[in-house]
Write a protein that binds this ligand. Structure first.
Ligand SMILES: Cc1cc2nc3c(=O)[nH]c(=O)nc-3n(C[C@H](O)[C@H](O)[C@H](O)COP(=O)(O)OP(=O)(O)OC[C@H]3O[C@@H](n4cnc5c(N)ncnc54)[C@H](O)[C@@H]3O)c2cc1C
Length: 388
């Protein structure tokens, strides 16, 4: 057993830490208040090879390990834990799909995504189909050498800034998950409109809905074969859910470090706050739990690098990380007293942002369903039981 990151992974983390300290962290609250996605930073990340970093070099990526992808996500999340939702979590999901596309897709869409010139969106959720994604109603019907798309996708990260949408649509509505295909849809096509949301957090990632009315795309823009879209889309979740968990843990750890500093300096009753066990023990508990969950995240990424299945680990960390991270940030806020409640400190923003981790990429409940499936067996899933 080796708990050490490699020299290359440490060097990469160092480089990303310096980048974050200079280019990301100082603007965390600015992007939130302006509800603005920093395209220039996305471009810089592309130039550094951080976007879709695990894509193989023959397809234009850096081909780094998933462990390294975790380190990149963690380091940027220390500065801005909402930006990484788009750049590395959705970025990973989109990279996995685009990498499997034909040569035209890789040239027209994967390359500009990796270089940071374009922003992709992963469009699975619909107003009537979230957790039960297979119930989606968006349709794609072949017409000669084209597909015609009709439907609505909702809750989509970076929708208002996205240049391309990876849209999951039914090509065979009677075939369940095997009737779902995935398409690359440039967002400037006729028939597309978008609507933005006013979210409580992660305001910089411009979430929104996309409406498609008779949108025509060439048949070449389908990724893989008809009916394989759902399976391909799910593949990415085994890594993206772990990256998302690290996205939540990183700002919680930073908040705890800040709170250690604050409570050792702040005096009450003639002594530093940290000398009161009521103050120090919650910090000890949060650090103990988060260190354990973080280790499980890296175990999962390492397992994926070895070609093992990580559905169970991804499900485990995906429910624990947001729950324990928000608990920690909440306590840090309170331990900063009335200052913690102001927008002068990043704590309230981190609390709002990290709550998103509990819902995005599947809620905590659905994550537990995945773990339940792995522990008890598929036949004990509530929806399979119904169909017996
Ligand atoms: C910040 C953010 C970013 C997002 N980004 C994207 C994106 O880029 N692309 C995308 O496609 N989607 C995105 N989503 C949508 C997200 O994937 C869905 O919101 C999520 O899957 C839940 O679906 P829903 O909102 O329809 O809730 P529902 O499915 O209606 O669920 C409502 C509640 O019921 C619970 N529930 C449902 N079924 C069960 C069950 N069987 N057992 C127990 N509990 C259950 C859920 O856990 C939830 O608490 C994003 C959401 C957020 C908040």
């Amino acid at each position: 057993m080796d708990f050490e990151f490699t020299a290359e992974e440490k060097a990469l983390a160092d480089m990303v830490r310096k980048f974050t300290e200079k280019e990301v962290a100082p603007f965390y609250s600015k992007w939130d208040r302006e509800c603005k996605f920093p395209r220039n930073i996305n471009k810089k990340m592309g130039e550094l090879g951080l976007l879709g970093s695990s894509v193989s070099p023959d397809k234009g990526g850096m081909g780094v390990s998933h462990v390294a992808e975790g380190l990149i996500t963690e380091e940027v999340s220390k500065g801005d834990c909402s930006l990484t939702m788009s750049t590395f979590v959705v970025g990973h999901l989109c990279a996995v799909l685009l990498e499997q596309g034909n040569e035209r897709i890789r040239k027209e869409f994967l390359e500009p995504f990796l270089s940071g010139d374009t922003i992709p969106a992963f469009c699975m959720t619909e107003p009537g189909a979230g957790t039960d994604a297979v119930a989606m109603r968006t349709r794609a019907i072949q017409k000669g050498a084209a597909y015609i798309l009709n439907g609505e996708k909702s809750g989509i990260t970076a929708m208002m800034d996205a240049d391309i949408a990876l849209v999951f649509a039914k090509t065979d509505p009677d075939a369940g998950a095997r009737g779902v295909s995935c398409f690359v849809v440039p967002t400037d096509l006729p028939g597309i409109t978008r609507q933005s949301y006013e979210d409580m957090g992660c305001k910089g990632i411009t979430r929104g809905s996309i409406f498609m009315e008779d949108v025509e795309i060439p048949e070449d823009y389908m990724i893989g074969q008809e009916g394989t879209g759902f399976k391909m889309g799910m593949q990415g979740f085994d890594v993206s859910r772990i990256l998302l968990s690290l996205e939540g843990i990183a700002p919680a750890m930073v908040s705890l470090e800040e709170t250690i500093r604050h409570t050792t300096q702040r005096i009450a009753f003639d002594r530093p706050l940290a000398t009161f066990e009521g103050v120090s023990f919650p910090i000890v508990e949060h650090i103990s739990i988060l260190e354990a969950v973080r280790l499980l995240c890296y175990k999962g990424l390492w397992m994926r690098d070895q070609g093992m299945s990580t559905s169970k680990v991804a499900g485990m960390v995906k429910w624990m990380a947001p729950r324990f991270s928000t608990n920690a940030i909440r306590d840090c806020l309170v331990l900063h007293g009335h200052y913690g409640y102001t927008q002068e400190f990043p704590l309230e923003q981190r609390l709002r942002d990290v709550m998103a981790v509990e819902i995005a990429d599947g809620t905590s409940q659905v994550s537990k369903l995945v773990v339940q499936r792995e522990i008890f067996g598929r036949e004990y899933l509530p929806y399979n039981y119904r169909n017996r």
